[in-house]
Design a protein around this ligand. Sequence first.
Ligand code: CP
Ligand code: NVA
Length: 309
Amino acid sequence: MKKDILTLIDLDNEDFEAFFERAFELKKSFNQGTAYRPLEGKTLGLLFDKPSTRTRVSFEAAMVQLGGTPIFINARDTQISRNEPVRDTARVLTRFIDGLAIRTFSQDFLNEFARFTTISVINALTDLYHPCQVLSDIMTIIEVKGGYKGVKIAWVGDGNNVSQSWINAAAVLGLKLSLACPKGFMPKPDILDKALSKNNGEISISSDPNEAVENADVIYTDVWASMGQEGEQSSRKPNFMPFQVNSRLLARAAKDAVVMHCLPAHRGEEITGEVLEGPQSIVWDQSENKMHMHKALLEILILNSTDRG
Ligand code: CP
Ligand code: NVA
């Protein structure tokens, strides 16, 4: 039976814990130089319809290190761009490959793909969610803070795909998550309501960045305009400027607070160069963990899916 990673709200506590545990083990053995190739003969497709540096390369490197083969598929070069139905593409790719990571705009596209294939489908970012990002981010928080229970995470900025995956993770794991988003740029109400209805964790939301970061252990931000919203880049600036993560805002957080950003970053917009390059920034370690987490996901999902259909 295959398992997909479409959104974090679909996972349970045990799934998260299994991914963290395995990611830490794989990171340790990678750093010790131990070769481990359980996916020899297996193939991962990466169907991408938006640019990517970290997610693409970390998935490709993860697959190679596990002994398997990644195949990058630019969606614009496929028949999908000429309206071949998703369900047809899904059933054809199923015959060739053993797992598929998809980066695209629409969550419905991803869900439809998952419905019509018997191989595992992994969300490598949609307009709604970025689940793998948040899985590796929590891994980094565990590393730096010794765990995630009771750790106050402040999200400052757009109520976007990454923030919505944080909301989902908070609902499943019981995280203490304070979001500050400009009015008009809040996370989607249905996503928030579903997470809040789980009644697990402490999720609060406001338009006050000072309040959100008060005594925070982690400050997290992301770009003001995500991929697909480039046309709004300049019109968004006045709304978002008060949400910039700078040294003044950082001073309101806990003394040992760390700063996270999924990257790519725009210095002078959502974060100052000083904070991004400063001693409290852990963005490079955060980025590194994407590869270790992706190895854990690929190993668990591909080895456990026996039925290719
Ligand atoms: N953080 C992240 O997903 O980066 P890329 O867009 O470079 O993959
Ligand atoms: N919110 C950003 C994340 C990039 C990794 C985007 O969707 O463009």
